[in-house]
Design a protein around this ligand. Structure first.
Ligand code: GTR
Length: 388
C-alpha cells in the first residue's frame, strides 16, 4: 500500500515537473498590441497614447491597486554619514525621507553607499528589502549576498536599500500602518492600493530623493527586488518611468511569471496567504486566471523600452521559471515597436546561462529561491552592458 502510494507520488511529481518545462498557457495571452476596442497598435505613439495607459489602468484596477501620487511635502534628513566606510572604499549616507499629507507623516529610511573613487556621479542599484534589516547592514559587520554592497562598489556602482516595513508592514493586520495612512480612501476602494503598491510608491520617493543628490546619476537608477520585492520592483518600473532598469529575482506569481499556467503558486494561493498584497478585485480571479484582462508579459511590456532582467532558480518551481521566462519573451513585441531587438527564443536558456547582451535579460540559476552573489554578478554585467 505504502509502496503504491509512493509510486503514485513519484508519478505525480514527474508529471508536474514535465508540465512545468513546457511553454504552454492555459488560454491565449492578451495581445499587447490590440486595444480593448480591437484596434491594432503598430507604432510607438499609439502604444504610448492608447494601449499603454489602458494596460496600466487594467493592472491598477484588477491587481496592484491605484498609485496615488499627491502629497503635501517631502523632505530629506541625513541621519548618519561615514566618510571612507567599507575600508575606505565608500562613503555611507543614511537619509530619512519624510513625506507629509493631511498632517500625517511617513518616513522611509534609506541606506546608501557611494564609491569614494567615483570621478563623476554614480549609477546606483536600489534594493527594495523584503528580508531582515541585517541584510543591508550599514556598519558592514554583517555581509549578505542578498545585498552585496562591496561587490557593487568595487564595480563602480553606488548601492542603496530601504526596508518594506517603512512603507507597509508585511502583515495582513498591520499593512495599513504607514503609506496607507496618507491615503485612507484607498482602504475602502476595491481597486485601492495595498502593501505591494505601497512598497513601489516608496521606491518612487527614493527616486525623488536621488534627484537631489549630486553624487547619484539620476538617469542610471536600477531598481532591484527579490520575490515579493521583485513583484514590487516590476510594478514600480511600470508606474515610474524614471527608473532606468528593473531587476526582478525569483518574482514568480504576480511578478514575472505568467498567470495562465498551471505551474507553482496560483492566484488563489497568493491571495489566500497574502490577502494584503493585492487589491480586492484581484480576488475575483482566484479560480479564473484565464478571465484576467492582463497577464504578466504586459507588466514587463509597460517597462519598455527600458531594460528588464529577471531571474529564476531551478528548485523554485513555485515561482515557475519557464513562465517567468515566457513573459519576457512575449514582451519582445512591445520592445520591437521601439526598435529594440532582443532575439529571445521561445524556449528558455539552459541552466546557469545568463542572457546579458539583450534589452530583456534572464537567467535560471541552479539552486533554491534566493538572491545570491551569482545573481548580482549578472545584474552588474547586464547594467554594464546597457550603460556602456
Ligand atoms: C512566497 C510567496 C511568493 C513569494 C515569496 C517571497 O511564500 O508565495 O509569492 O513572494 O514568498 O517573497 O519570498
Amino acid at each position: 500500500m505504502i509502496k503504491r502510494l509512493k509510486s503514485c507520488l513519484i508519478l505525480l511529481f514527474v508529471i508536474t515537473k514535465s508540465y512545468a518545462q513546457t511553454i504552454e498557457t492555459t488560454s491565449p495571452l492578451p495581445d499587447a498590441l490590440k486595444t480593448i476596442d480591437g484596434i491594432t497598435i503598430d507604432k510607438v505613439s499609439d502604444w504610448e497614447k492608447k494601449r499603454r495607459p489602458e494596460i496600466l489602468t487594467l493592472f491598477e484596477d484588477n491587481i496592484y491597486g491605484q498609485m496615488p501620487k499627491k502629497f503635501d511635502k517631502i523632505s530629506y534628513k541625513t541621519t548618519n554619514e561615514v566618510a571612507n566606510a567599507m575600508n575606505g572604499k565608500a562613503n555611507l549616507k543614511e537619509v530619512d525621507i519624510k513625506v507629509e499629507k493631511d498632517k500625517k507623516t511617513v518616513t522611509i529610511h534609506l541606506i546608501l553607499f557611494i564609491p569614494v573613487k567615483a570621478t563623476k556621479n554614480s549609477p546606483v542599484f536600489l534594493l527594495i528589502n523584503n528580508r531582515g534589516k541585517e541584510n543591508t547592514d550599514p556598519t558592514r559587520k554583517v555581509k549578505s549576498e542578498f545585498w552585496p554592497a562591496e561587490m557593487a562598489i568595487d564595480s563602480g556602482y553606488a548601492i542603496a536599500a530601504f526596508h518594506i516595513s517603512d512603507a507597509a508592514p508585511d502583515n495582513k493586520d498591520t499593512y495599513q500602518n504607514s503609506v496607507l495612512q496618507l491615503y485612507p480612501e484607498q482602504l475602502n476602494a476595491d481597486n485601492g492600493m495595498k502593501a505591494i503598491g505601497a512598497w513601489a510608491w516608496a521606491a518612487s520617493r527614493v527616486m525623488d530623493y536621488f534627484k537631489t543628490n549630486k553624487d547619484i546619476d539620476f538617469n542610471k537608477v536600477s531598481l532591484v527586488g527579490h520575490s515579493r520585492g521583485g513583484k514590487a520592483a516590476l510594478w514600480a518600473g511600470a508606474q515610474d518611468k524614471r527608473f532606468a532598469m528593473i531587476f526582478a529575482s525569483c518574482s514568480g506569481n504576480t511578478g514575472a511569471a505568467l498567470a495562465r499556467r498551471k505551474v507553482g503558486e496560483s492566484i488563489k494561493a497568493i491571495n489566500t496567504t497574502f490577502p494584503h498584497w493585492f487589491n480586492n478585485n484581484y480576488k475575483r480571479f482566484n479560480d479564473n486566471a484565464d478571465a484576467l484582462p492582463v497577464d504578466q508579459h504586459l507588466l514587463i511590456s509597460l517597462i519598455a523600452p527600458r531594460p528588464v532582467y529577471t531571474t529564476s532558480a531551478t528548485e523554485d518551481i513555485w515561482a515557475d521559471p519557464v513562465g517567468s521566462y515566457m513573459s519576457i519573451s512575449e514582451a519582445q513585441k512591445v520592445y520591437s515597436l521601439y526598435g529594440k531587438k532582443s532575439g529571445l527564443s521561445p524556449n528558455p536558456p539552459a541552466v546557469n546561462t545568463p542572457i546579458i547582451q539583450s534589452i530583456l535579460g534572464y537567467h535560471n540559476r541552479e539552486g533554491i529561491h534566493n538572491m545570491t552573489a551569482y545573481d548580482w554578478g549578472n545584474f552588474i554585467r547586464f547594467a554594464g552592458f546597457h550603460y556602456k
